[in-house]
Write a protein that binds this ligand. Sequence first.
Ligand code: UD1
Length: 363
Amino acid sequence: MHITLVAGTRPNFVKISPLIHAIQKQKELGVSIDFNLVHTGQHYDTSMSDSFFTQLNIPQPTINLEVGSGTQAEQTGNIMLGFEKFLTNNPTDLVLVVGDVTSTMACAIVAKKLNLKLAHVEGGIRSYDMSMPEEINRKVTDSITDLFFTTSSVATKNLLNEGIREDQIFFVGNVMIDSLLKNKPFFKEPSFFQNQGIASKEYFTLTLHRPSNVDDPDNLNMILKTIQENSNGKKIIFPIHPRTQKIIEQHSINVEQIVCVPPLSYLEFNYLVSNSFAVITDSGGITEETTVMGIPCLTLRNNTERPETVTIGTNVLVGTSTDNLIKHLSILQEGKWKKGGIPELWDGNASNRIINHLLTLFN
Ligand code: UD1
């Protein structure tokens, strides 16, 4: 069988890496399977893209559509134009998209309109918050997907509730965790650890990039001020997404007590997280990684599409009120954070399960 894999952003690269390795393993065993990899170019900086390809051992993409930045519509439109041309010239049995970014949705639409079979890895997750571009991407993608690979029984249930047939859904676990477990022995201390005298468990890792938190400078300022005032002597290390960096610079937001660093490579970022006292974030994927690493996680959002990180894992939805953030920082500092467990099938084998299912269905 032939699969066309799509990736466009940082978290996508982490998810396709183990899928490619699972395909390569089958190929080496003599199974008839091959793939093309399409990089849409939604993320393009070396730190946001190339370093992930190198560290996660992802082969060079068959094509990079080089769409770059733009409004949601510009990005979506440019990805669709490029991907349609590619698929027209490069026949395939199945298009496989991962996650919930603009590239996921744009390529899903193109594939389906060309009457190709479409698989969605991480299907069915829902925040039920339509102000998030990712929720729109999830719902649009899942409304036209043929085969769903889910990370949790909640995601499976969401799909069944939306009328998806049971035989279209495969609960396989979490490909992001496949990457995490495989790469754990290679996590790498970032160079600034030495220069800045950073000690294990003595700092917070902070990440913020969601438009709802960072696009309004007053809001971003308030979040950063609250964290700086309530870190209780612990350092705050902040690998800054380019979107957030621009807003901090344009509005001269005070980050004096924060160690600001550029976006980190995968192995350095996860070294940082695994040695943190706690993580403060508005990301979704990071809440899965902290759950598996057993690191306390405070999520600056009112909802999550990954509820198992809260019900089973170490994650707490702190919301966007500063009072609530202060309250949870003090619970953490009193040593009263929950211990957390690991969700079912987050065991490093999701990609093998996915490729095995596909081989059974297509060969
Ligand atoms: C995207 C995803 C988000 C995911 C995040 C992970 C969507 C709708 N959002 O958000 O779900 O959690 O990736 O990182 O797809 N930029 C650069 N260099 C880059 C990439 C981006 O400078 O390599 C800047 C650009 O100014 C761009 C801005 O960052 O306008 C935002 O990038 P974009 O791809 O639109 O969305 P993200 O915020 O990265």
